[in-house]
Design a protein around this ligand. Sequence first.
Ligand code: SF4
Ligand code: SF4
Length: 129
Amino acid sequence: MTYVIAQPCVDIKDRACVTECPVDCIYEGARTLYINPAECVDCHACEPVCPVEAIFHEDDLPRHWAHYLAVNAEYFDEAASPSRARRDAVGDHPAVEALPPQSGPHKKEISFFTVRKEEAADADLWFPS
Ligand code: SF4
Ligand code: SF4
């Protein structure tokens, strides 16, 4: 079992969770943070301190962010992320890299849309009706 960082962290990265983690299993990417599921001890310490409610137990992930279980795991997977340097604050999982900018005054509201809706909205910018 592990906790998972989902989409609301993207472009926030205030690192409040990092100081709470007793085993230092939360790692920083370029746009978001990731929990290493092989190191997480399922202690719950990080979840309540997140100001944007980005952290979930894997069993409690909202369905529209269910893929973040794999996003967090694959970030530490050498097969998916061949360069070890990639996980040392220089890169992100491809699913995060593909997201449009998340910061701004409506960040929290935006974070509650599904990825599909964000993709649709993003497409509207390119193909206005
Ligand atoms: S649940 Fe505990 S061990 Fe897992 S990432 Fe959060 S603080 Fe770290
Ligand atoms: S506390 Fe939440 S927003 Fe801040 S770095 Fe951790 S997961 Fe991201």
